[in-house]
Design a protein around this ligand. Sequence first.
Ligand code: PMP
Length: 407
Amino acid sequence: FVWQSRRKSGSLRNYFYTGGLILRKVYMDNAATSYPKAPGVGAAMANYIENVGCNIGRGGYQSAYDAAGVALDTRERLNALVHGPGARNVILTPGATYGLNFLLKGLLRPGDRVLTSPMEHNAVLRPLKQLEQAGVQVEYVPCDGRGVLDLERAGAQIGTKPRAVILTHASNVSGGMMPIEKIGPLCRRAGVFFLVDGAQTVGMHPVDMAEMCIDALAFPGHKGLLGPQGIGGMVVTDALAGAIDPLVAGGTGSLSHSLEMPDFLPDRFEPGTLNLPGVYGLNAALQYLKQQGDALREREYRLTRHLLARMLELEGDGLRVLGPTEVFNPRAGVVSVDFTGLDNGEAAFRLEQESGVATRCGLHCAPTAHLTLGSYPQGAVRFSVGPFNTFAEIDYVQGAVYNLLCR
Ligand code: PMP
């Protein structure tokens, strides 16, 4: 299965040479961006560049209509994947960060209160900091030392009716999932907008906006969706769309006589030319995900459980596993460890130099998550799997970590 996938995507490059030695190359940084991409992504992007090329909404000829059809098909596929309110509610953005900024800065006004968690990424925390400086009150629901949200406190804080709640679906540091299926209905009942950062989950983990009562979901195309960088989206309900101002204004190819942004979706929040190579690539990735059904997701779950189990076997002197440790709980494909007897930056460097294992060290753009998990300021080494990793690679990574602990 993996061999076939890698062969089809043309990315069978898992060995490399160093100083006369042949080392295995193991990519364990899928939380930063998935690699390899879904088979067909590169070809679809090249096809757009080489054979299509034209813009959409700006040209009255067949190839422009064809490209518009691919963009619409992409919205329909995304909407179906997350059970959103409709294809026109899918706003294509350059990535999760842009969607989160559009949502937070479009919605919140001085005097508003917003509720979040300490497990958020800087893509949420930094816009919130800017908003705080402009007079928005930011409140936090506490999490325990494993990054697990205090649901009771969350319920009480939602009861005070802030303007919005924003939570990540899964932490990019601990891999732990937030109970968004419980928070959404609480927000809906209290009349509070519920925004979700789906950067670590959309594509690989089920998200159901309708059932989970989510008003807005932001995500990148280049992680769990297995698509290229530079394209992502936000899906918004009509109720929320009516409450947010368009942060960026410009041409939409529609209602050109008016100096106001159109009041309909997606045009209201999609000024300027779309990243069409990205749209074509993302469309190919979505087709692949659909064709694979649940198999890919289940494979990533199994790989993640295996990775967590292998790291827990090594826990003890010299190594601490961050985040939840229940092997059978769903989690994003992330396991971070703190090398207590070694600098984490040096550990990551040596993992690559000595064993060819690519990881990410540091604070992972989530300083308060590390504070919560007790790994601030030293950070951690993050191992993150994607569906194209193998169980043998994970065993190999365990051996590489073991070697570091021994020497
Ligand atoms: N939120 C989380 C939880 C993330 O892990 C990331 C990416 N590291 C982002 C937001 C931002 O995503 P992007 O860089 O693709 O905009």
